[in-house]
Design a protein around this ligand. Structure first.
Ligand SMILES: Nc1ncnc2c1ncn2[C@@H]1O[C@H](COP(=O)(O)OP(=O)(O)OP(=O)(O)O)[C@@H](O)[C@H]1O
Ligand SMILES: [Zn+2]
Length: 563
C-alpha cells in the first residue's frame, strides 16, 4: 500500500458506513477519522447510559440520555474537523436503510451486539454487494471477519447454534439452579407489569407433572391470568406473596411424584416471614455484591413492587402503562432479584447477590475496553486493505482466551471460503424443519422460526404447492395468525417460500417435516445443508432414529454476545 499519495487519500474519501457506536464503535470511529477516512455515516439506535461511560470514551456524564450516534459523531468531528460525518439515531433494521442505501458505501463496518442486527446487515451487504467488516467481542475474546460476496464466507455460512432455553416444566415446577428462579422471576415481571406473552406462564404445570385433571382443577393454581389476578387484588403485597410463594408452592409440593428424587419445596407465607422477625429496615445500605438475608429480599420485593406499580400508573381512566424489562432499571432489577431469591430459598437453592442476579438476568459478559480497542484497531487495518482493493490480503482475526500451539493469543487466518450450501449466500437456500403442524400456530411459525431463528425482518411466506399466502408482511393475514398450520393446509412435505421485502437476499425454502410428538413451539432444524431431496430424506430417517435434537427457542435463551 502506498501511503499518503494523493491517490491513496482519494480512496479514503469514498463513503463508509459504521453500524453501532458502542464499545467497539467508539474506538473505531476515532481510529477511522485519525487514519484519514473522510466520509463516514454512523447508525445507532441507542442513547447513552451511565454504564457505558467506563469504556465508551467518546461519551461524558453530561451526554447521558443523548443519542450515541450523534454524540460519537460530534466527538470525532472535533478530533478531525475536516471529516464529513453523518449520524442516524435509528435501528438499522428499519426499511429506510434499503439496498440502495447500503449500495452507496465503499464498505460497511458492523460493531453490533446482537444476532438479529448482525444477520440483517450481513444480508443487506450481500444483496448490495458491499464488503462488510464484522466485528465483535465477548470479555477477553474478540473476532473480526470480512465478508466479500463470492470470495469469503458470509456471517451465516457457519450453521448457527440454536440457543437452548430451559424446559418450561423446570422453570414452573422443579427449579434446581439460581438461573431457573431468575428466568421464572423475569416471566413474573412481564406477567405483572409487561406485555402479555403466553410463553411467560409461571403457574405450576400440573398436567405434565402427572396429576389428574380433577386434581388440577381443585388445585389452588387454576389457570387464571396472573395479571388479572393481581389487578383484582390491587397488587396487594400480602396477597401476591401468599399466592406466589405459599399456595402455588403447596400445590406443587402435593405432587408427590415430583419430589421422589428431589427436595420438596417449602411454602413460605408472608406471615411466616414477619414472624421470623429479623428487623424490617430499608435495603438502601445493603451492598449489591453481597448475598442478603431472606428478610432483606422480602423487603426488597415489597419496595420494588410498590414502585413498579406506581410507575405503571397513568391519569384516571387511561389504561396502565406497560413496563419493559431492563437490567439497568433499578426497580425492575431489584424486583426480579428479590422474587428469584425468595423462590430459591423455597426450593433450597443457594441465594445470589443483586450483582450476580443482574449478570445472569441480563446475560452479561463483562465488556473489556482493551479487547474492544484491539479489535477496532484491526478493523481499520482491514478497512484500509478494502479501500485499496487488496482483497487477497484480507484476514480473519481472533483474540483467543488461551495461547494457541505457537503461544499466540492473537491469531490471523485467511478468510473461510463461502459454504456451498449456506442458505444465505449460496444459490441453494433450502432447509428442512421438523415441527408439529397440528399444534404450531401461524403466529408461532412467524415469531419463533421465521423471525427469531432465521432473523427475517418483514417476511412474506407462501406455501409453494397451493400458492396459499401464510404470512403477509402488509398484515393481510393477521386474522389467520391464531390458526394451526394444518388449518392453513400445511402438512409434512409442504414447502414454504420465505421472502423478505427489506433484506432481498433471495428466497428461502423451508421443507416441513411433521412430528406429532413435538409441542406447539418446539422445532428442529433437521437439515440446513440444502442437500438433495433423496439425501435429505435418508438423513431425516437416520436422525429420527438417533437421539432427538429437540430444542425450544424462546426469549429467555441465554444470549451470550456473539463474536
Ligand atoms: N438494530 C440496531 N440498529 C442500530 N444500532 C444497534 C442495533 N442493535 C444494536 N445496536 C447498537 O450496537 C451497539 C453495540 O455496542 P456494545 O456492544 O458496546 O453495546 P452497549 O449497549 O453499548 O453496551 P452494553 O450492552 O455492554 O451495556 C450499541 O450501541 C447498540 O445500541
Ligand atoms: Zn453464507
Amino acid at each position: 500500500m502506498t501511503w499518503r499519495t494523493d491517490e491513496y487519500k482519494k480512496r479514503l474519501e469514498r463513503p463508509l458506513l459504521v453500524i453501532g457506536a458502542g464499545g467497539i464503535g467508539c474506538e473505531l470511529l476515532k481510529n477511522l477519522v485519525l487514519s484519514g477516512f473522510k466520509n463516514i455515516e454512523v447508525i445507532d439506535l441507542d442513547t447513552i447510559d451511565v454504564s457505558n461511560l467506563n469504556r465508551q470514551f467518546l461519551f461524558r456524564k453530561e451526554h447521558v440520555g443523548k443519542s450515541k450516534a450523534e454524540v460519537a459523531s460530534a466527538a470525532v468531528k472535533e478530533m478531525c474537523p475536516s471529516v464529513n460525518i453523518k449520524h442516524y439515531h435509528d435501528s438499522v433494521l428499519s426499511d429506510t436503510y434499503d439496498i440502495k442505501f447500503f449500495g452507496r458505501f465503499m464498505m460497511v463496518i458492523s460493531a453490533l451486539d446482537n444476532k438479529k442486527a448482525r444477520y440483517h446487515v450481513n444480508r443487506m451487504c450481500l444483496a448490495a454487494r458491499v464488503p462488510l467488516i464484522e466485528s465483535g467481542t465477548a470479555g477477553y475474546l474478540g473476532q473480526l471477519s470480512v465478508v466479500v460476496k463470492g470470495r469469503s464466507a458470509c456471517y451465516e455460512c457457519e450453521p448457527q447454534v440454536i440457543q437452548k432455553s430451559f424446559p418450561g416444566c423446570t422453570i414452573r415446577n422443579t427449579p434446581s439452579e439460581p438461573i431457573h428462579c431468575i428466568v421464572w422471576a423475569k416471566h413474573l415481571f412481564n406477567l405483572l407489569f409487561g406485555e402479555h406473552d403466553p410463553d411467560d406462564d409461571i403457574t405450576p404445570e400440573l398436567e405434565s407433572a402427572g396429576t389428574s385433571s380433577e386434581e388440577a382443577e381443585s388445585g389452588t393454581a387454576t389457570k387464571i391470568s396472573t395479571r388479572k389476578w393481581a389487578e383484582d387484588h390491587n397488587y396487594d403485597l400480602h396477597h401476591l406473596f401468599d399466592k406466589l410463594f405459599s399456595s402455588d408452592i403447596k400445590c406443587l409440593a402435593s405432587l408427590t411424584d415430583l419430589w421422589k428424587d428431589r427436595k420438596k419445596p417449602q411454602p413460605l407465607s408472608y406471615n411466616d416471614v414477619l414472624e421470623q422477625g429479623e428487623g424490617s429496615s430499608g435495603t438502601e445500605s445493603l451492598k449489591s455484591n453481597e448475598v442478603w438475608s431472606l428478610r432483606a429480599w422480602v423487603n426488597t420485593f415489597d419496595e420494588s413492587l410498590a414502585r413498579l406499580r406506581n410507575n405503571m400508573k397513568t391519569p384516571e381512566g387511561e389504561p396502565d402503562k406497560v413496563l419493559a424489562w431492563d437490567k439497568d432499571d433499578e426497580d425492575a432489577m431489584k424486583f426480579v432479584a428479590a422474587a428469584a431469591n425468595i423462590r430459591s430459598h423455597i426450593f433450597s437453592i443457594p441465594l445470589k447477590s443483586l450483582f450476580d442476579v443482574k449478570s445472569m438476568a441480563g446475560n452479561i459478559i463483562p465488556a473489556i475496553a482493551t479487547t474492544n480497542a484491539i479489535i477496532a484497531g484491526m478493523v481499520v487495518v482491514e478497512a484500509l486493505k478494502i479501500s485499496n482493493s487488496q482483497f487477497d490480503d484480507l484476514k480473519t482475526i481472533f483474540i483467543n482466551s488461551q495461547p494457541n500451539y505457537r503461544g499466540k493469543l492473537f491469531v490471523d487466518t485467511h478468510p473461510q471460503v463461502p459454504q456451498k450450501k449456506c442458505y444465505v449466500c449460496s444459490d441453494r437456500r433450502e432447509v428442512a424443519i421438523k415441527l408439529n403442524v397440528n399444534k404450531m400456530t401461524v403466529k408461532q411459525l412467524e415469531t419463533k422460526i421465521i423471525k427469531d431463528h432465521f432473523c427475517f425482518v418483514q417476511p412474506d411466506v407462501m406455501e409453494t404447492k397451493t400458492f396459499q399466502i401464510v404470512i403477509s408482511s402488509d398484515g393481510d393475514t393477521d386474522a389467520s395468525m391464531v390458526k394451526k398450520l394444518s388449518e392453513m393446509g400445511i402438512s409434512g412435505g409442504s414447502q414454504l417460500e420465505v421472502d423478505d421485502f427489506v433484506q432481498q437476499f433471495g428466497k428461502l425454502y423451508i421443507n416441513i417435516v411433521n412430528d406429532d410428538e413435538l409441542d406447539e413451539d418446539d422445532f428442529d432444524i433437521v437439515d440446513d445443508t440444502g442437500d438433495t431431496e433423496e439425501t435429505r430424506k435418508r438423513r431425516i430417517d437416520e436422525e429420527a432414529a438417533s437421539e432427538s435434537k429437540r430444542v425450544r427457542v424462546d426469549g429467555d435463551a441465554p444470549n451470550a454476545m456473539e463474536v
